[in-house]
Design a protein around this ligand. Structure first.
Ligand code: 4NP
Length: 158
């Protein structure tokens, strides 16, 4: 099973989701069965590590994002990943616009997995540290729901 988190720059929200969800998989003993990655819609930060504020906030919760590097969404991602999960409605629209008709990936807003079908993870880039805490809280909630969803799919096809 493969999961791709998508935001605009791939330096704040989607690397946070990647790190948090990977930690949840490890705690559940499923890390070897699920591949996790993240990417951005825009090209501006390709090759860069996550924003220092995102790294700091995640580290305070025991999650190290320092090895991650930004990349851009590619058409191959739609064949490779089973889930392509957007942080906000603009990301979702961009994903849908790039998605080939042949793709069978589940494309959705990430927070749908927390039971909030229309809610977005707000972009923290131009805000203060509180925005990064809010991102972590939302991402933690959605990661728990996504873990349940994926665990049930893995049980159905062991
Ligand atoms: P992200 O945040 O999409 O959560 O990584 C942003 C990072 C950079 C920019 C916008 C959002 N930017 O405009 O450079």
């Amino acid at each position: 099973m493969r999961v791709l988190f998508v935001c605009l720059g791939n330096i704040c929200r989607s690397p946070t989701a990647e790190g948090v969800f990977r930690a949840h998989l490890e705690q559940a003993g499923l890390a070897s069965r699920v591949e996790v990655d993240s990417c951005g819609i825009g090209p501006w930060h390709v090759g860069k590590a996550p924003d220092a504020r995102a790294r700091e906030a995640a580290m305070q919760r025991g999650i190290d994002l320092s090895d991650l590097r930004a990349r851009q969404l590619a058409v191959e991602d739609f064949e490779r990943f089973d889930y392509v999960l957007a942080m906000d409605h603009d990301n979702l629209a961009a994903i849908e616009a790039h998605r080939p008709a042949s793709s069978e990936a589940v494309v959705a807003l990430f927070l749908a997995f927390a039971g909030w079908p229309e809610r977005a993870v707000p972009d923290p880039y131009f805000g203060d540290e509180d925005g990064f805490e809010a991102v972590l809280d939302l991402v933690e909630a959605a990661s728990r729901g996504l873990l349940v969803d994926i665990a049930s799919r893995l049980e159905a096809s062991p």
